[in-house]
Design a protein. Sequence first.
Length: 424
Amino acid sequence: MNERLLQFIWQFQYYNKTQLTVVDGTPLTIIYQGKLNSNQGPDFSEAKIKIGNTIWAGNIEIHVRSSDWNMHNHNADANYSNIILHVVWINDLQLTDKNGEPVPTLELRPLVSKIMLQHYDQLMQSKGFVPCENHLPLLSEMGWLAWKERLVAERLQRKTGTVLKFLQQANNHWEKVFWWMLAKNFGMKVNATAFEQMAKSIPINVLAKHKYQLNQLEALFLGQSLLLNGDFKEDYPKMLQREYKFLSAKYQLKSINKEPDFLRMRPANFPTVRLVQLAALVFKSTHLFSCILEIETIEQLYELLNVTANDYWHYHYLFDEPTEYKPKNLGKTMTDNIIINTIVPVLFAYGIYHKNQQAKDKAVYYLSNLSAETNNITKEWKSKKVINKTALDSQALIELKNNYCNEKLCLNCAIGNKLLKADA
């Protein structure tokens, strides 16, 4: 037994409440178990109970053993002076209040289903993809929908924290924030940090001055990423080298510390290709984030993000290494990735920051109307018969796996709750 499980049992009243008594035999009725307190102080507040013929209102404290009260030094803490009930798993010590009177204590151990405890232990010991995988999908379709909406809300709130940190660094310049996050997204997981550093290394006013010259944007992005340092044979990379040498000297630019990685990567995701696609997007649009705010439909987003690298890259993935013709379009998968992981979070954060409900609603609308992501996590969920049709589904399932299942937070999960409730 642990205190978090005991809090869970008490919060949802998953125990036998027939003929309850405190440890001295006095009848006990739980009118309201109280509100779980996640801050400092007693575990539950605003509770209401009846002991004998007297109704009490106040706080309830939860411990595995009643002696934990002294171990946690609650006897010296004024926050615990008005406890109306001490709920414990094992009553190994009779507590008294400051007046020497016994503290009313309820021992839960004889009242809780052994089957529920066994299932909880199985969840905690599980080595599967998710602890409850043998019981899925378990929730009804409506139950899953409600839980996914909450998971997506939590995910967007957490990502909002990241966006607002960027906003602070950018002195409240939303275009700059969007540019940094967009570049980071183009780097994918492997090169996200390198691409973010590249974006931050180029002042946004420099970007604005040269956005109408595609070759200068390419030179800036590739040069700042340490990808123009070779002794090239072909005219195109030599031209970019000259442009970069001039621009870096003019603006006294400092490049990033480490070249982006190419290892274990599909050629279409090589940093060279992604950087020139990013340059094409900046070249195509003016005030990108302002455009995002004005756009109303997914079709308009696709049009905005419909870019391709210049002709040189249709025959190359790397400088001086010609390949068969392959247009370097951004592609639907990458376009969706940018909408889901850059546009939606920044739009949602903008809505929170400016109290703009329309921006927040638009962000959720995009997730609800984009196709689901396909990756190792979503494939596993699908194999467990869990619905994954939209980006809202896939984002929720990624959040659930990474921040609940991996951490074994089954007591905080709608699925774990449903499973344990059935055994209570």
